[in-house]
Design a protein around this ligand. Structure first.
Ligand code: 5GP
Ligand code: MN
Length: 342
């Protein structure tokens, strides 16, 4: 792509660069940002990753994560880096609002902005765009961008580890439908750096606290509602439950997938009361498009099979609205089931 060669040219001299990613960063947000960070550092740039707020404990071992600046904790320092940057890379989000209170600072900073993202319908707020909804993850896109720039020889093991984490977490460990031949080719290239896949998996998925596992148990036994006629499962979580089980940032990750493991269920919602906001995580299997559903009804979006949304209404009101939508939502029918081999 012509523009990307122009960007490559601009990066031939050392630059002050900030990398930003979305609020409550997930594995792809942190992994893709740090993967790009390591590459840019190797190339002699002055680089900072700035996140809007905290990410989960189980990402706190990624190489370089100790350098990440949390805007919620260190607002003034984060603002200085943004104002001073020549380039700001925007990773794993495509509407400024997903930066929450960091968004106005991104938009007023004079830097040249670059988008690397795989969510649908990007806003136009960056000079350069590397965007593909068919990519499994932003981490995969960082790799393909470096390929396009003919810069892959500068990747190191730390970068490879971070990018692998991004790809692994966004693909459900390479099993969701976003896993393509290209995804596995990129993962294979990353493994050539001698990554220990078992240890990476263990550090992310098998480091539950006892509280967290009991919280999952509580949600499955006491909170999950199943509506077989609409092929839907719903879990709601109150602020009080978050307190009782001492639920920390990231502890709810993965919970929304459980209803989908019930035969015949193709649509799941995890609805959480988080202070002044109700946060929704939608997941689906097969054709049912939760990006569209979240966009139309809950001020959100994401991907066909994984999206999120927010509301300022009460937990009860959001739940009622959701349940009322089910009977009138096309696509929650037999036809929406993914093909089975039997
Ligand atoms: P999660 O449920 O894991 O928070 O998010 C699932 C997917 O939806 C992710 O790709 C995430 O970036 C996207 N997403 C989550 N919350 C929101 C939101 O409030 N707005 C938009 N546009 N996307 C979201
Ligand atoms: Mn992602």
């Amino acid at each position: 792509m012509h523009d990307i060669q122009e960007l490559k040219q601009l990066l031939t001299q050392p630059r002050r660069i900030v990398i930003v990613t979305h609020a409550r960063p997930d594995g792809d947000a942190v992994g893709s940002s740090l993967g790009l960070y390591h590459y840019l550092m190797v190339r002699g740039h002055d680089v900072r990753v700035v996140v809007p707020n905290a990410y989960a404990e189980f990402y706190r071992w990624l190489p370089g994560e100790e350098t990440i600046l949390d805007h919620q904790k260190s607002g003034a320092a984060a603002a200085l880096f943004l104002d001073d940057a020549e380039f700001i890379f925007c990773l794993d989000f495509n509407v400024p609002a997903r930066l929450e209170t960091l968004a106005p600072k991104l938009l007023k900073a004079p830097a040249t902005r670059v988008l690397i993202d795989h969510h649908r319908d990007p806003d136009h707020f960056t000079r350069y765009v590397w965007h593909d909804t068919a990519a499994s993850s932003t981490a995969e896109l960082v790799y393909t961008l470096l390929g396009e720039m003919d810069e892959l020889s500068w990747l190191n093991r730390d970068a490879a580890t971070c990018l692998y984490v991004g790809m692994m977490t966004d693909t459900g460990s390479f099993r969701y439908s976003n896993t393509t031949p290209q995804t596995l080719r990129v993962a294979a290239a990353l493994l050539e750096f001698g990554l220990d896949v078992e240890s990476i998996y263990e550090r992310i998925f098998h480091t539950f606290s006892e509280d967290r596992l009991r919280f999952f148990g509580h949600c499955l036994v006491n909170k999950m509602q199943v509506f077989p006629e609409h092929r839907t499962g719903l879990i709601t979580v109150t602020q009080q439950e978050l307190d009782t089980f001492r639920v920390r940032t990231g502890d709810t990750e993965g919970l929304v997938n459980y209803p989908l493991s019930i035969s015949g269920i193709v649509f799941a919602l995890l609805l959480i009361d988080r202070g002044n906001l109700r946060k929704m995580s939608f997941r689906s299997k097969g054709d049912f498009n939760v990006d569209q559903f979240a966009r139309e009804h809950f001020s959100g979006g994401g991907h066909r099979n994984a999206s999120g949304g927010v509301s300022t209404e009460s937990l009860e009101a959001v739940q009622q609205k959701f349940l009322a939508l089910l009977p009138q939502t096309a696509g929650l029918s037999e036809a929406a089931l993914p093909p089975t081999s039997s």
